[in-house]
Design a protein around this ligand. Structure first.
Ligand SMILES: Cc1cc2nc3c(=O)[nH]c(=O)nc-3n(C[C@H](O)[C@H](O)[C@H](O)COP(=O)(O)OP(=O)(O)OC[C@H]3O[C@@H](n4cnc5c(N)ncnc54)[C@H](O)[C@@H]3O)c2cc1C
Length: 469
């Protein structure tokens, strides 16, 4: 569908932006022509890779703009097995790269996200998303990008035309790669993304008393810092719809957190690591289950099975399908597009980043209390981005046809962001509705420099105006 209307439909029921046209470039020449025309006409454009930016804006721009949908730029340009990377265009999906690797480099895997298999690799990195094994931005080696004037630029050693592949991400001199993530300075046309070597692993499922979260986080921070546990920790509230199948047996998990994490290593190493983990967590969990990646999990409960798949680099749609099913909607078909199913509840999310320390348990408790005071019961996932940062994915669900529920959720999100800001806690990603107001409040020399850079790269302000600046 290429009508602007379908691009305005969004799971969050954000107010509709004016979109007059959908551009669908098939190659770089098309893209250059679109950008030059936008510069001449002054009509802004907003790039999307697959546009599954659910909860943050879906396919809608921050401010009124035409859409450049990059789905047809979907080539896997190179996979380098020795240097372990893939060079991909914006429209390449997680599933597409997985299928390619299974045939051409089955020992390698991508750090996949918990979003759907049809979502892009590049768009997610452009928003600095999170994978199952850590921050997606940290997987980025190099970029190729097009500036508003049509110039093509390569970061890293790309401009120097190294013939030895991508093996050193900083290039020479100031490193500009991350100027282009979470920004509106250019349109990225290629990314070089790290691949990992598949390894045997144990997946752990731990049940934690709510009162024990601080001690658990303290201990996990140590295990991650010691590199016993990877950047894989995910702690879910028991009302999180994507894990509802765990509770179908009728067990009572109220007042519990459900934690998942992974320990990797060759067969000789895993038992030693397992013994360290079991001892460290013995008094901190009310239940600790282990699932070996080598075992057959075809009869395991879906939340276990799909996590095993993801840690093998295989993406899936389970989070979306389970959420829909929990609310009584059975989704099927090739492409799962939440935006186009108004019968699935909408959701608003807030994504603070908090320190990976035991003390952060109080911040998580704060978010719960803040929401309960407003008669809202948020689903919360706490996810390790690396050894010192945790992402909080807090969201409330609502009936998309109930305008008062939509605005109640919207007010919850804006107020929570403001209250957390007063405590020195900031979001690691922002939605299109809160972007302008939130960024307005944090004007300082650094943000002024960001704006000067915007002016340098895109003097007519035609590329994604308002996106993170
Ligand atoms: C149930 C559920 C689970 C989820 N799990 C995760 C998760 O585990 N991790 C996670 O990070 N997110 C998650 N998400 C959020 C979201 O679905 C993903 O982040 C998804 O990858 C974003 O969509 P996309 O890849 O299509 O990017 P897009 O929507 O195409 O783009 C994202 C942003 O990047 C910008 N952009 C895109 N392409 C370019 C380009 N070529 N040049 C410049 N800028 C560009 C866009 O303007 C947009 O603002 C989840 C959502 C749901 C509903």
């Amino acid at each position: 569908m290429t009508s602007p209307t379908s691009y305005q439909q969004n799971i969050t029921e954000f107010p509709v932006r004016n979109i007059e046209k959908i551009h669908l470039p098939k190659n770089l020449e098309d893209l250059r022509a679109i950008l030059l025309l936008a510069g001449e006409s002054g009509r802004p454009v907003y790039p999307i890779s697959t546009g599954h930016n659910w909860g943050l804006g879906s396919r809608m721009p921050v401010n009124d703009a035409d859409i450049i949908d990059l789905k047809h730029l979907n080539r896997i340009i190179e996979v380098n097995r020795e240097l372990r990377y893939a060079r991909v265009e914006p429209g390449v999906t997680q599933q597409q790269l997985y299928d390619y690797l299974e045939i051409h480099a089955p020992e390698l895997m991508l750090n996949v996200t918990g979003s759907d298999a049809g979502s892009s690799i590049l768009g997610n990195i452009m928003d600095r998303g999170s994978g199952k094994s850590g921050h997606r931005a940290e997987d980025l080696r190099e970029l190729t990008l097009m500036l508003a004037d049509g110039q093509l630029i390569h970061t890293g050693f790309g401009e120097l035309q190294s013939t030895h592949g991508s093996f050193y991400k900083y290039g020479l001199g100031p490193d500009l790669t991350h100027l282009f993530t979470q920004s509106n300075y250019a349109i990225v046309t290629e990314a070089v993304v790290n691949l990992r070597v598949k390894q045997p692993f144990n997946l752990y499922l731990a049940v934690i008393d709510k009162a024990g979260l601080q001690a658990f986080l303290n201990q996990m921070a140590k295990l991650v810092a010691q590199e016993i546990v990877g950047y894989s920790l995910e702690i879910d509230s028991q009302n999180d719809p994507k894990i509802y199948e765990l509770f179908e047996s009728g067990k009572d998990f109220s007042d519990k957190w459900i934690a998942w994490f992974v320990v990797t290593g060759q067969e000789e190493v895993l038992p030693a690591k397992h013994s360290v983990v079991s001892k460290a967590l013995a008094s901190l969990t009310s239940d600790l289950k282990t699932y070996s990646s080598a075992a057959d999990h075809s009869s395991s409960t879906p939340p276990v099975r799909v996590r095993i798949d993801r840690y093998h680099g295989q993406p899936n749609d389970h989070s979306l399908l389970a959420t829909a099913r929990k609310f009584g909607v059975e989704l099927s078909g090739q492409e799962v597009n939440l935006d186009l199913h108004p019968q699935i509840p909408g959701f608003r999310c807030v994504l603070p980043v908090i320190p990976f320390t035991g003390a952060s348990a109080a911040l998580i408790q704060y978010i719960e209390n803040f929401s309960h005071d407003r008669q809202l019961d948020p689903a919360i996932s706490v996810i390790a981005l690396n050894s010192y940062s945790l992402e909080v994915f807090a969201r409330v669900y609502f009936d998309r046809s109930d305008q008062s529920a939509v605005s109640k959720a919207g007010t919850w999100a804006s107020d929570l962001l403001s209250e957390l800001q007063l405590q020195g806690i900031y979001p690691y990603r922002l939605d299109i509705e809160n972007m302008a107001g939130y960024l307005q409040k944090i004007k300082n020399p650094y943000t002024r420099l960001q704006n000067q850079l915007k002016n340098l790269f895109d003097p007519n302000n035609t590329l994604a105006p308002g996106r993170y600046s």
